[in-house]
Ligand binder design. Structure first.
Ligand SMILES: [Fe+2]
Length: 397
């Protein structure tokens, strides 16, 4: 099987890098940009710094600051029309995953048509998206280095994916200053999501030595920095955490996401569960499931997560890795289990069937039974019956 590694986004990292947003955007040839954010970020001092940097570089700026918890189709189509009407030639996003996914959707639609609905799926558009500069304010979704946007279709209870090689952000600016005012509760969820991206990429069957290097070091860096970044506000740990989040998404952008993300999708779409709660509670079990097929990798991953694996068998090492993950969850205040309010126990089997198409299957197979495989690039296949059991374990059963 031949594999391709592709990541064209320039990553600028470290304290003070926020002030380079204006020159970087100007350097892309942009003159009139749409700045996308949310109502909370829009009031922060670092957001004003970004605007100052853009204006000092001679750029005109228009503002969209109404992003919510999820990127929404309606926002994207409406702001893309505005971009065409106002001759906007670039997008600057300052925010978390939903802000960056909104801006990326706008950049795709503004260049390609009238609605994101026409461009859903992978690579389903012909013209390059408007140039994008991303300033992630959480560590994080990793959307700043991803070609994809994930958008909620509120009418159909679905999470939709769009993007392709023509929608990579041009520049990602990672400045730990953005994390200084982030409430602890708002830091935990995206941090757990980012860690799942590293684990999923490492245990994907599309993993390569290139993506493994990024995923494993990203997992190590996140496990080592997350407590100090979230609990102590340590600037070096925050910078490490931001970079590790981007690294994990570069890894999963190439090796793809696996079972935790596939199984989380129906929980998000049908039960309105927040994405990090889904993937974070699923990943200890999907990690153990997949590591069983690649024990040497499972052992290295457990070590990266902080487990002492000396003298343990490979199976015990993976168990120690899961335990290390749970200790991290306990320390940063992320619940180990879902509650019956999140996932009614009687709906586990239904969710497993709904999870079959995963993120990457074009359509649901016509016949699904207990032995049907969940569509996900993974070290080990997973049946609907096994997925049902994993949902139950997420409930602590
Ligand atoms: Fe995720």
């Amino acid at each position: 099987m031949s594999l391709t590694y592709f990541m064209p986004t320039r990553v600028v990292w470290g304290p003070g890098s926020l002030d380079g947003v204006g020159p970087a955007t100007h350097g892309l040839g942009c003159r009139n940009v749409l700045v996308v954010t949310d109502p909370v970020i829009g009031k922060q001092a670092f957001f004003a710094r970004v605007l100052d940097s853009l204006r000092a570089a001679g750029l005109e700026t228009a503002l969209f600051d109404a992003c919510g918890i999820d990127a929404r189709l309606a926002h994207i189509d409406e702001q893309a029309a505005r971009c065409r009407a106002e001759r906007i030639d670039g997008i600057v996003c300052v925010g978390g995953g939903s802000v960056m996914c909104t801006g990326k959707g706008v950049a795709i639609v503004a260049a390609n048509g009238t609605t994101l609905r026409d461009h859903l799926g992978a690579g389903n558009f012909d013209r390059p998206a408007l140039p994008m500069v991303m300033v992630p304010t959480t560590a994080g979704s990793g959307s700043e280095v991803s070609q994809f946007t994930i958008v909620k279709d509120e009418e159909r209870h679905l999470k939709l994916l769009a993007g392709g090689p023509l929608s990579f952000p041009a520049v990602a600016v990672l400045d730990p200053a953005v994390l200084a005012t982030l409430p602890r509760s708002a830091a935990v969820l995206p941090a757990v999501d980012a860690l799942t991206h590293a684990i999923e990429a490492y245990l994907s069957d599309l993993a390569s030595p290139l993506t493994d290097a990024l995923a494993l070091e990203s997992a190590r860096l996140q496990a080592a920095s997350m407590r100090a970044s979230i609990l102590d506000g340590d600037e070096t740990a925050r910078a490490d955490n931001l970079l590790a989040s981007a690294m994990s998404n570069i890894a999963c952008g190439n090796a793809r996401l696996s079972h935790a993300h596939a199984l989380s999708l129906p929980l998000e779409g049908h039960l309105d569960l927040a994405h990090p709660l889904g993937v974070g509670t699923l990943v200890p079990w999907t990690m153990a499931h997949n590591a069983a097929a690649v024990p040497a990798k499972g052992r290295r991953l457990a070590e990266a997560l902080g487990a002492d694996v000396a003298g343990l068998t490979d199976t015990q090492a993976v168990e120690a890795g899961v335990a290390a993950l749970f200790r991290l969850y306990d320390d940063i205040g992320f619940a180990r289990h879902l509650t019956p309010d999140h996932l009614p126990p009687e709906r586990c089997a239904e969710m497993a069937r709904l999870a079959v198409p995963g993120l990457y299957a074009p359509q649901t197979p016509p016949h699904i039974d207990e032995d049907t495989h969940i569509v996900a690039p993974a070290a080990r296949p997973m049946t609907v019956a096994q997925a049902t059991r994993i949902y139950e374990r997420c409930l602590g059963r």
